[in-house]
Design a protein around this ligand. Sequence first.
Ligand SMILES: C[S@@+](CC[C@H](N)C(=O)[O-])C[C@H]1O[C@@H](n2cnc3c(N)ncnc32)[C@H](O)[C@@H]1O
Length: 298
Amino acid sequence: MNFRISTMPVEEYSAAEWANFSTQVQDENLFLAMKYLKYALLLKPNNMSYQRKLAILLARMSRMEEAIEIFCKILDEDSEDRRSYKAMGETLLIQANQTGTIGWFSFFEATFLYRLIKGMDNPAPVIVELGSCFGLSSMIIAKALSDKPDATIYCIDAWEGDGSSVFDKTRDVVRNKAKEGISFFDMFSNNMKKAGVDYQLIPIKSYTTDLAKIWTEKADLIFVDADHSYTGVRNDVRDWKKFVKVGGQILLHDVALKCAGSSEDSAPGRVVNELLGANSKFSSGTLVDSLYLAERLR
Ligand SMILES: C[S@@+](CC[C@H](N)C(=O)[O-])C[C@H]1O[C@@H](n2cnc3c(N)ncnc32)[C@H](O)[C@@H]1O
């Protein structure tokens, strides 16, 4: 087959040479870099390294959704491809940042959460997020469920007006915005609108322990990321784990089971050991950076 593009036959160069040209020009002209990479992919469509380069280029051109789709396909083929794993997480966090949404996820955690949600078999999954803050995890969850209109995503947070329920640096952000007449909840809401996912989310302004007393719905996934004190995490896991369906999952953040430089487990780490360990109804878990995932077995 003889592909003719402009005046140059594609076969004049090898796929590797086109990919090399792409790398050489990409600081000056992203469109040209893209064109060369497409030639390389025309000759070697299944080459994972070219696909990854294409996804990274798309992200640099702010075409985040397309980039994420390609990263997902690469990782479906090879979930051990750490470079794609990291680059996809970076893309997800840049996408969130572009809407003003900040949070505390590592690149690996962002990718892990997105793929976990995207990979759910249930066409109408129920997700309960305890602790939404400015909406980083809410946004990742919603983006991953954009092709499942029957999914339900509850975003539960106290969104206290004085920011007293958040960490120090964040508290200042919340208090400064309050002076401009923008509440903590407005910040979440505005971010989700900018990200185009607000219609997918059901925010509930409440304390998690209060809400658990009247809650009835079972969930495919409960994500515990609210009060990070030992008592707070313990109460959340104690109150909410019964709402995970059998076969569903519980996810916790900041479970760095031995924090660097410390012999102490983090509060979420202690709670995992005490309430989700051996003899609980949950499987042993998977840890990705400090995200801990376990499945309810019975
Ligand atoms: C670490 S942040 C959540 C981060 C969020 N998941 C993300 O990815 O950006 C913790 C959030 O939990 C909320 N929170 C803390 N204690 C709470 C409680 N008892 N009930 C409800 N929300 C609470 C705080 O207001 C804060 O927004």
